[in-house]
Design a protein around this ligand. Sequence first.
Ligand code: B1M
Length: 212
Amino acid sequence: MSIYSEISENLQKGKAKVVRALVEQAVADGCPAAEILGEGLLSGMNIVGEKFKKNEVYVPEVLVAARAMNMGIDVLKPLLAEDGVQSAGRVCIGTVQGDLHDIGKNLVKMMMEGKGLEVIDLGVDVSPETFVQTAVEQDCDIICCSALLTTTMEVMAEVVKKAEEAGIRDRVKIMVGGAPVTDAFCQQIGADRYTSDAASAADAAVELCKEE
Ligand code: B1M
């Protein structure tokens, strides 16, 4: 079995320390950082993402796999910067104002990082102004809003409005998601993309960044 397959398989099992040791070994063996990332870590995370979409694995498995991926990425981060690997795009993400649910938002963040996106995590209870200000200051391609409450999903409409008022709507996409959110709601408030799960959100974000 190649070292990349070993990294992928151990990542899928959530064996974080093994993944880190394998990544260190691959680096020591002279494997290019971008290849370790793509063929080892991301390949494993993509399989987990697909299984999660089909309900073949659940939140705990995704969280441990994501932790393993993050430990591997930590080893590679300085090398990736040296290798000049281009980021797939930059997004800011948060759970909207009044809402403290962050498990889904954290999964979306992890999946996006797994796809090579730079993710600025604004946390929970994020005001529309903070989303928009961050997008301007950090030159984000996408604003990602998560909401779990029917009472807080309305804040997403305010994010769209504030982005329009700030004059950034033509260059910053807005993605929405969370259990009560639907595609119809996304269209109604004038956001750009709704996705129902974290893996699809990451795929959609990469697509949107490529479109720009
Ligand atoms: Co709360 N809660 N909760 N809660 N909570 C729900 C959401 C609820 C449905 C439970 C219920 O009544 N059946 C209900 C909402 C009802 C409604 O509005 N329709 C509810 C309520 C009412 C409340 C409180 C008001 C309870 C109270 O205090 N009376 C309160 C509100 C606090 C607040 O936010 N201001 C509250 C509090 C809490 C806890 C703090 C205890 C805890 C949150 C802990 C935390 O997040 N750190 C909690 C939890 C855990 C839940 C349930 C049980 C689980 C939510 C969860 O994490 N799911 C939930 C019931 C349920 O869903 N079964 C419930 C797992 C997570 C992976 O899924 O977040 O949907 P989810 O994310 C998915 C997708 O939605 C999607 O990807 C993820 C993975 O595939 N996704 C995106 C999410 N964001 C996305 C963004 C995207 C794209 C996809 O693009 C940007």
